[in-house]
Design a protein around this ligand. Structure first.
Ligand code: ATP
Ligand code: GLN
Length: 146
């Protein structure tokens, strides 16, 4: 079973029950990514419009020469998805599958260990709070018990 490869260094691998997958992606690919995630039972997702620069913006800056100007920031969407540990690799693979064009500027994914999840409505914590009715875990257990 795929182990979380959060860090390639053997001396420190932060371990947690939940992880936040933070993906900075091309805005025009978000619809495709989120509908694919929804199909696999990922129902809790937060998105924000952001602006940034990586290799894509850097190239523009070097061509422009002198000062770093605001218009070298490229519009992106940040997608944040908290999932249980065993769902991490599947979600990352799906995001890559749906978001990748192969061109510079496809984006980046950060994996962040989460210490707890609290549902405001009920005060539930941990696994109870992170679970979504009809979510990925429910879909998987329905498959294995039928
Ligand atoms: P409830 O059952 O009380 O509705 P819920 O777990 O479905 O609780 P919401 O209150 O509907 O949570 O969630 C509010 C917002 O929190 C969502 O619109 C979404 O932006 C964000 N969110 C919820 N779950 C996640 C998650 N697992 N990962 C990322 N964002 C989430
Ligand atoms: N891990 C949750 C579940 O299986 C889903 C989390 C999410 O939708 N972000 O119910």
């Amino acid at each position: 079973f795929p182990i979380i490869r959060a860090q390639t260094s053997p001396d420190f691998v932060p371990d947690a029950k939940f992880y936040k997958i933070e993906a900075i992606l091309r805005p025009w690919r978000i619809q495709q990514v989120s509908s694919a995630l929804l199909k696999m039972g990922i129902r809790g997702v937060t998105v924000s419009d952001v602006r940034g620069f990586g290799a894509q913006g850097g190239l523009t800056e070097r061509q422009a020469g002198s000062e770093f100007s605001e218009d070298t920031f490229v519009a992106k969407v940040k997608m944040e998805i908290v999932v249980s540990k065993d769902q991490v690799e599947g979600v990352i693979a799906k995001i890559i599958e749906e978001a990748r064009t192969g061109e510079i500027g496809d984006g980046k994914i950060f994996l962040i260990p989460i210490s707890d999840v609290i549902r405001v409505r009920t005060g539930e914590r941990g696994e109870k709070a992170e679970r979504m009715v009809g979510g990925h875990a429910d879909m998987s257990s329905a498959l294995s018990t039928s």
